[in-house]
Design a protein around this ligand. Structure first.
Ligand SMILES: [Zn+2]
Length: 171
């Protein structure tokens, strides 16, 4: 996977084995020295597989509108935290539907202002879609609560105190 320094934009290539048995890797940017933290995509995959019974049943393969969900084979999609307690953390999307929230989600936030099941990122034939899942405080795009919103490279959205940025990079 490729990760991009939140401070200066320097790109670094990470292999699965770089994580060893660790869930997260913390290292200084080679260009600017700022510390970066990256969560292993394996951990996210493992978490969803072991906690699925606690998540409301949502079909993995299709969106609510019936569109096919799949990850592109030639691009990597990451979420970078620009603001909040997890600032600097980069998540690689490892599934066509990634759940974000405070409990039993792929991306797990330790944030009281986030709902347990807050929102989802869906990737597929409709492009990349941010979907609020009935959160208490809302999923915000440009400070406006949205129920469904299309995301493109560089789009940002807020979940609780975290501001996420979507990034698409060639593999
Ligand atoms: Zn840097």
């Amino acid at each position: 996977m490729q990760v991009r320094c939140p401070a200066c934009g320097e790109v670094r290539e990470l292999a699965d084995q770089d994580f060893g048995s660790n869930d997260r890797l913390t290292f200084p940017c080679a260009a600017c020295g700022k510390m970066m933290q990256v969560v292993s995509p394996k951990v996210q995959t493992l978490r969803i597989d072991t906690t699925r019974q606690n998540i409301p049943a949502i079909k993995e393969e299709k969106s609510l509108e019936g569109q096919r969900l799949y990850l592109p084979s030639d691009r990597e999609i990451t979420l970078k935290v620009l603001e909040g307690d997890e600032k600097g953390t980069i998540y690689l999307l490892a599934k066509p539907r990634t759940l974000i929230g405070r409990a039993n989600t792929d991306i797990l936030l330790d944030d009281r202002s986030a709902s347990r099941l807050h929102c989802a990122i869906e990737v597929g034939e409709a492009g990349i879609v941010l979907r609020d899942l009935g959160s208490t405080n809302g999923t915000l795009v440009n400070d406006v609560p949205v129920s469904v919103s299309s995301l493109v490279n560089g789009s940002t959205f807020r979940v609780g105190s975290q501001l996420f940025q979507l990034n698409i990079t060639p593999k």
